[in-house]
Structure formats: C-alpha cells, structure tokens
Write a protein that binds this ligand. Structure first.
Ligand SMILES: C[S@@+](CC[C@H](N)C(=O)[O-])C[C@H]1O[C@@H](n2cnc3c(N)ncnc32)[C@H](O)[C@@H]1O
Length: 423
C-alpha cells in the first residue's frame, strides 16, 4: 500500500527536479493516480511542511547520525517522517511503517518528537542559526540582511506561514452589498483601511473564485501589496505600457483606475492567454492591445506610464510557494537583476519625458531591489526616483522614496516598489 508520506516525497522530489511548483507536481501526480485523490489534503500539508522546514529537518536527522541530505525521493521521505515526528503529526501506527521504509529507527523518531527547533540549532550563531531555525539558505539571508529588511527573524517566521489573502474590487461596486452577498456564499471579507478598492479575506479564501460575483468580474484575487502598484503608477487618463503583463492583473487594475488605454505584453504565449481571460472576465478586452514579445525591446515608444513587474526570485511569495527555497541559488538572483535592469533601461529610453516608470517585484533580495534601482539611477540620470502615493510600506534605509511591504508588518506578501519619473 502507498502511504501519503510516499506520495508527498515523490511530489517534493519531482518539484525540485523540474525546478517547478509543488502545485504543478501534485497536479501531475494526481492526474496519473486518481485513486490517490483522497490523500490530497494531507499530502498538501506534508509537502508544504517539508519545504518550509527542510534545513531544520536535515540537521535534526544529521544530529541523530542520518544523512547526507539530498533531494532524492528516499531522502524526501525521511524528511517527511521527521517533519511528522517533530511537528506532532506522526501517529504510532504510521511511525512503524515509516521506520521500515526510511531506515530511521523507531527510537530516533521518538527523539525527533521531543526535539525543539532551538535544540537543533544549539551551538550555532548568527546567520547559521537563523538558517537552521527558519530553513533559509544562507545566501538568501545574506541578501535580506544586505537589503536592511527590518526584524529579520520575524520576517522569516512570517514567510514560513500561510498567506493572508486579499481581493481587489471593481470601482462603483457597493462594497457592503458585496460583503453581504459573499457572506451568504461562505466568504467573509473586511474592507482595507489603506486602499479603498481592496479587502482582506477573513474566511473562505478557497471559495473566493467560486462565487457569482467573481464570475461576473466584480473582483479579482490580488495581494494588497501588488494592488498598490497600479495606484502608485497614477494611470488616470494616461497610456500605460505593461510589457511583463502575465495574467494582466496590474494592467486591468490600471484600467479600473481610469487609464486611457493599455498595451500589455508577455514573452510567453500561455501568459497572454491568461491575460485575455482576465480582461474578458473583467469586461476590459476593448481596453488593451495584447502582444507576445520581449520586454527588453518594446514595440512602442512615447507612452506616459510603464509598469515593469518583471520575473524575480519570488522570495516575497514564499508563503505560497516555499519549495523554491530548495533549489533557488544566488545565480538566479544575479540573472534576474540583470534582466530587470535591462527592462527598466528600455522603458526609460522609450518613455515620454514626464512619464512614470514603476518597478515592482515580489521579492526582497538586495540584488534585485536596491541594486537594480541604484544601477538604473546611475545609468540613466534622466530617471529620478520619486515619492509614492499612497505610502503604506516601510522605507528602505538608503532609498527612502521606495517602499517595501512585508508579511510580518503589513500582512501582505513581501514586495518592493520604486517609481521613477523621466525628466
Ligand atoms: C511577475 S510576472 C508578471 C505578473 C503581472 N504583472 C500581473 O500582475 O499579472 C512576470 C512575467 O514576466 C514574463 N516574462 C519573463 N521574461 C520576459 C521577457 N523577457 N519579456 C517579457 N515578459 C517576460 C513572465 O512570463 C511573467 O508572466
């Protein structure tokens, strides 16, 4: 008989092998093995748990003489067993089966049950200690430290938790009526105090895309930090270019805020398909030209707003996808920062004088946020870093005009926004 722990181990190993998401690896597994569908909820808990705590689990196992750690399916199973033992989920009947399958002795599973994270990190200090306690690769911690993120341990703890979910509401919708109607469908929302078109999902997030109002395009699921982007872009009456538009979440927001017209592109045709779906559901298809292309070479010049929301290391989204901690390297951060800078340089060159160029990333590494901002200012003196309205996030130490949203301070994903004006 196949155990849910074995399914979790296979999905984890597959996600790392493909450098992909747990969600995609799980979808593929359950498509091939529909007879295991009933395991889905437990498998989800186990895969997320291992991804969030893998360095801690590895060290605990190594202290007991097991290892060396790897991302093989069999070591993933050992991690799953250790996770269940340490986080209080291991039933005695399961312990026996897992002991046989992993080679971890029953008495060691008992010892794992008693171990606390601080016991595992004993003898370590500084970043090594944080790396074990919160299971973050050292290079990520160095990047976050260099970026001057406040209260680093609290940030790491928050990134290992489930995310707060948010919606963005169409202008003109009566929020109180929407709230009542959603309540009747099992979704409880609370209007946000900072952004008039944003609400926090208090309960029922998993039902939020199955309501009548969602189908009718009265709201979209969007993190509050990400919803800040179109606000600070000040798109009212302006031509907006969004060359890394993905599913057009931000482009559609700019339209709701009154942009004159949008030109939205993406390198991947599949993402353009998603953009069309979003715009159709929100009845905005007439409002945008959509194209497939590389944001390093824009198809038009002379626009007055650019939203550059490029691919990044996604560290601010670890609450959703902790698995990237297992395979992401400093090399990825270096690759993305170069790409982001090239896109920004092109946007500044192609924009009209007076245009606003918004740079936003759902990550917090120094390389991608602060380094990119500084390099752009050095390379394009005509780009000026300007204050943003509204200001909700904290101010990075040496770039106070930028803003950073952090899960432990703002209840959002980790996010960075800089706005430039072209002189
Ligand atoms: C962070 S996502 C954008 C999300 C989008 N702004 C939204 O709010 O829905 C980054 C997007 O950039 C796209 N991308 C990656 N490399 C690109 C390139 N060289 N040129 C244009 N788009 C690119 C990816 O396919 C991805 O959809």
């Amino acid at each position: 008989m196949v155990l849910p722990e074995e399914v979790a181990a296979r999905i984890l190993a597959e996600a790392v092998r493909r450098r992909g998401s747990l969600r995609d690896a799980a979808a593929l597994y359950f498509q091939r093995h529909p007879e295991h569908e009933y395991m889905k909820p437990l498998v989800r808990v186990l895969t997320l748990g291992v991804a969030r705590h893998y360095i801690l689990l590895d060290r605990a196992l190594e202290l007991l003489g097991y290892g060396p750690p790897s991302h093989s399916t069999s070591w993933m199973l050992t991690r799953v067993a250790a996770f269940e033992a340490m986080f209080g989920r291991l039933k005695p009947s399961r312990a026996r089966a897992l002991s046989e399958k992993t080679g971890v002795r029953l008495e060691d599973l008992e010892k794992l049950r008693e171990m606390r994270p601080r016991d595992v990190a004993k003898g370590l200090s500084g970043l090594d200690r944080l790396s074990v306690l919160y299971s973050f690769p050292r290079w990520m911690l160095e990047e976050l430290l260099q970026a001057g993120v406040p209260e680093l341990p609290r940030l790491l703890e928050a990134l290992n938790r489930d995310p707060q979910r948010w919606i963005r509401i169409r202008p003109g919708v009566d929020v109180e009526r929407l709230r009542e109607s959603l309540r009747g469908q099992g979704v409880e929302i609370e209007p946000d105090r900072d952004l008039p078109d944003v609400a926090r999902i208090v309960e029922g997030a998993d039902r939020a895309t199955r309501t009548r109002e969602y189908r009718e395009g009265l709201y979209v699921l969007q993190d509050k930090a990400s919803a800040l982007v179109a606000h600070v872009a000040e798109p009212q009456g302006r031509l907006v270019v969004d060359p890394t538009a993905g599913a057009a979440i931000k482009a559609s927001h700019a339209a709701w805020l009154g942009s004159r017209y949008s030109v939205a592109g993406d390198l991947k045709p599949q993402r353009i398909g998603e953009a069309v779906k979003t715009l159709e559901r929100l009845r905005l298809r007439h409002h945008a030209d959509i194209y497939v292309g590389d944001a390093r070479r824009l198809p038009l010049r002379g626009f007055d707003v650019a939203i550059i929301d490029p691919p990044c290391t996604d560290i601010g989204r670890l609450q959703y996808e902790p698995e990237i901690k297992l395979w992401l390297t400093r090399g990825h951060a270096k690759y993305f920062r170069r790409l982001q800078l090239q896109m920004l340089l092109e946007a500044v060159d192609a924009a009209l004088p007076g245009a606003r160029i918004v740079y936003s990333v759902c990550t917090l590494t120094h390389s991608e946020t602060i380094w990119v901002t500084r390099r752009l200012l050095e390379k394009r003196p005509e780009a000026e870093l300007v204050e943003q309205k509204p200001r909700i996030g904290e101010r990075p130490r040496r770039l106070p005009q930028a803003q950073r949203m952090l899960p432990h301070l703002h209840g959002t994903q980790g996010f960075y926004i800089a706005v430039f004006e072209k002189r």
